[in-house]
Design a protein around this ligand. Structure first.
Ligand code: SF4
Length: 425
């Protein structure tokens, strides 16, 4: 690593071990599982294969009582062989869907590996269908394909596709991008409101008609570190990014709020009045739930794209030592503030060459290895203790009130391992 780069800015400028080999990650369609819950009048129509349909059904469970808000238009062999006009068939499927479901106000055409392989132009389809069904239904496309993407990028692609649709505004305002569970989003909005910060728009909006706009006087914050394309799309619309560590744990949440408060000129007394009590609760909760983590080592495989901010939380707030911090993509404008807080020592890696990385993980034999589902079982069989990265995306972990739960998620596998050790003959 380059000495000196660390003294001024922590690891912000640390060199990256870049790997571009075989990867073991879920595809972007997985994001539909949490996005469809946030966007209540949207429908996600995956244009894909039976494999895509199975992935969605097993990830989300089959909804029996509710009208589902996602589905798959299956590309049959004749489509894949170029023997049928897939655009015509897609129009027919959309017609059928929208004639049955007047509650749908926004339709996402979601690309997949098969639709990309046959080069089905979903942008063209979205334009044509939007013209046909506007103003009642807005049709937008994005890709959830597993070719060169990881599962959280599905959300990024979805939000980035929405940004060009936003009307222009000259108003001074804050956009916060990233889908959070409702209860966590309410906590976040409550903290911002108590400091007098506003107006605030959260992307994605719950409903297609909820007011949202963007322009040169918009500033934005991300609450998820995987929103690279959304970040670029907002900047293209003239908005300015408020860079900050991500709101994980007491320190991350305080730094994230502090950066926004500075932008809006909130004075220190107000900031302290609003944050003192939840900060204290978060600190105590992390100390209690994360006691097991102290002085333990952690190795993070690249999976959820949350790895760098989580490593910051684990090393600085839970007393862990990171040996390697892998992330599918490292965008320094976005995760740089978290990197700057991480002390010297860990290797930062971007992308994956899974066999090489497995060798490094075996050499490191960290107390805890954070990885995807596919790697967890083999590593457990080799005696390593693992944590599934995908669980971190499906569990509320942001902001003060979830800080203890976040530490607890990492502590649980270590406690389980200790119990097994005691019980072993
Ligand atoms: S988009 Fe690709 S990786 Fe995802 S389920 Fe479909 S075929 Fe598999």
């Amino acid at each position: 690593m380059m000495d000196g780069a660390h003294t001024q800015s922590g690891c912000r400028d640390a060199p990256l071990l870049k790997e571009r080999g075989q990867r073991e990650v879920f595809c972007g369609l997985t994001a539909i599982v949490w996005l469809h819950r946030k966007m209540q009048d949207a429908f996600f129509l995956v244009v894909g294969s039976r494999t895509c349909a199975h992935l969605l059904q097993s990830a989300a469970g089959v909804m029996i009582f509710a009208e589902p808000r996602f589905g798959t238009a299956i590309l049959e062999e004749t489509d894949l062989a170029g023997m049928a006009d897939a655009q015509v068939e897609l129009d027919r499927e959309v017609e059928k869907l929208l004639s049955r479901r007047s509650d749908i106000r926004r339709l996402f055409l979601v690309g997949s590996c098969p639709s990309e392989v046959i080069k089905l132009d979903l942008a063209k389809a979205a334009e044509r269908l939007s013209a046909k069904y506007n103003p009642h239904v807005n049709v937008v496309n994005f890709s959830g394909s597993g070719i060169e993407t990881t599962f959280t990028e599905g959300e990024d692609a979805c939000l980035a596709a929405l940004v060009p649709e936003l009307p222009e505004t000259q108003d001074r305002q804050l956009i916060v991008a990233g889908a959070l569970p409702d209860v966590v989003q309410d906590q976040m909005l409550g903290l911002l409101d108590d400091m007098g910060i506003g107006p605030v728009t959260v992307l994605p909006t719950m409903r297609a008609d909820d007011p949202a706009a963007v322009g040169p006087n918009t500033v934005f914050a991300l609450n998820q570190p995987f929103l690279n394309e959304t970040h670029a799309a907002l900047i293209r619309r003239g908005a300015r990014h408020i860079a900050a560590p991500f709101p994980f744990g007491e320190e991350g949440t305080t730094a994230w709020l502090r950066a926004i408060a500075n932008e809006f000129g909130v004075d220190q007394d107000t900031f302290d009045r609003v944050t003192a009590a939840p900060r204290d609760r978060a600190r105590r909760a992390v100390a209690q739930a994360g006691a097991t983590l102290h002085d333990k080592s952690v190795f993070l495989f690249p999976d959820s794209q949350l790895e760098i901010p989580l490593a910051r939380f684990l090393t600085r707030e839970c007393g862990m030592t990171a040996t390697e911090i892998g992330q599918p993509y490292v965008h320094r404008d976005i995760v740089g503030p978290d990197m700057a807080l991480i002390g010297d020592g860990p290797v930062f890696s971007e992308g994956q060459d899974v066999d090489k990385q497995l060798e490094r993980a075996r050499d490191a034999r960290a107390d805890l290895t954070v990885c995807g589902l596919g790697l967890a079982n083999p590593l457990e069989a080799e005696g390593l203790t693992t944590k599934w990265a995908i669980e971190l995306v499906f569990t509320p972990i942001h902001f003060y009130e979830q800080a203890g739960d976040l530490a607890g998620l990492f502590a649980r596998p270590l406690r389980r391992r200790d119990l097994l050790k005691v019980d072993a003959p």
